[in-house]
Design a protein around this ligand. Structure first.
Ligand code: NAD
Length: 329
């Protein structure tokens, strides 16, 4: 198989590439490194004979011109993501995320043996429904969608993804849409609740106190190896053609306060938690109903939250918090 992953140097993209090597695939990663990092993990991946890592902006004219037209699978993950990024540049989010997908739809249409284009949408599509409708949680894919106030910068992201879903439905291509729910793991950057709590726990002395924001908000976290397993199975499943699928783990929905306790356990510290304010615009509850995805893939997330947090901490401790060669704090 010949596989293209856009946003391939990013968090999910690089883990997905490693998983796909197990299918005996040749894999091309494209990334402009606006967020993905050329770190040692990526370098090890890019050195493999089956992998090519191409640094380019997908929106630059001619950026796809020299690529083959024989891809079997295209995973379109490239997008402007992350709340902090999104609220700073809502117009760019609306424009670039849609233009990126349009470019990939045109590219996919030129492929001679395309089996599937997988588009990464988001769980955020239901953020407005939580306020305006009686949203069921755990949330199935077909729960009605209500839009939040479009004047809020944060709405630009979910709107770009919703419009993207509609483009995919009408593109006349073999498409599968996935909606990841709070995927976490090594190499996810620092702008997420999991690495942020891990870093603060690492810096808090034993017996100390940590402030936890949005403590009562509830989330269901999915370890990245489970997320990419689900995405690969959906990409290969004939029955997933044309469908929308949640990618996540409904088994361990936790309040952020509980997450912080588990983080302290993973880091090996006794830490008292004190409630900080809620983060504005952050949904109070988010958890996927995974029954549709489980029925198609025959797979449910397997990595328990504490185990996933330990693996994530090990990676961050070695690569980010206390890299080899630095003195222990
Ligand atoms: N991580 C999650 O929990 C989660 C949740 C919901 C949705 N998603 C979606 O899944 C996808 C992957 O998410 P992620 O967490 O790996 O994000 P990420 O930011 O780590 O990866 C996206 C990559 O796209 C690249 N990119 C952006 N613009 C580009 C351009 N013009 N040309 C080439 N590359 C470009 C970035 O440099 C980055 O490496 C995204 O589309 C995101 O919206 C992720």
């Amino acid at each position: 198989m010949h596989i293209l992953i856009t946003g391939g140097a990013g968090f999910i993209g690089a883990h997905l590439a490693r998983r796909l090597l197990g299918e005996g695939a040749r894999i091309d990663l494209i990334d402009d490194f606006s967020r993905g990092r050329p770190d040692p993990d990526l370098a090890t991946l890019a050195e493999l004979p089956a992998v090519r890592c191409l640094e380019r902006d997908l929106l630059a004219p001619g950026s796809l011109k020299d690529l083959a037209e024989d891809y079997d699978l295209v995973f379109h993950l490239a997008a402007i993501v992350g709340v902090a990024n999104v609220v700073k540049q809502p117009l760019a989010v609306l424009r670039r995320n849609v233009e990126l997908l349009l470019a990939m739809l045109d590219f996919a249409a030129r492929q001679k043996r395309l089996r599937r284009l997988v588009f990464a949408s988001t769980s955020e599509v239901h953020a407005g429904s939580l306020h305006h409708l009686d949203l069921p949680v755990p949330t199935p894919e077909d729960a009605p969608v209500a839009l939040p106030d479009l004047a809020q910068s944060r709405a630009s992201y979910l709107l770009s993804k919703l419009y993207g879903e509609a483009l995919c439905h009408h593109a006349g291509l073999p498409v599968t849409i996935v909606r990841p729910y709070n995927v976490y793991g090594p190499r996810m950057g620092m702008a997420h609740v999991v690495p942020e709590l891990l870093q603060r726990a690492e810096r808090t002395p034993d017996g100390g106190t940590m402030t936890v924001y949005s403590m009562r908000h509830r989330r269901a976290f999915c370890y990245v190896s489970d997320a990419v397993e689900l995405i690969v199975r959906l990409a290969l499943a004939e029955d997933a053609l044309g469908g929308v699928y949640n990618v996540g783990n409904h088994a361990e929905e936790v309040a952020i306060g509980q997450l912080a306790e588990l983080v302290a356990a993973a880091v090996g510290r006794r830490i008292a938690m004190e409630a900080g304010p809620d983060t504005p615009g952050s949904p109070a509850r988010r958890c996927p109903d995974m029954s549709r995805t489980a029925a198609i893939t025959g797979y449910e997330a397997r990595v328990p939250l504490l185990e996933g947090l330990r693996k994530t901490y090990d990676w961050y401790r070695e690569r980010v918090f206390r890299p080899v060669g630095t003195a222990a704090q």
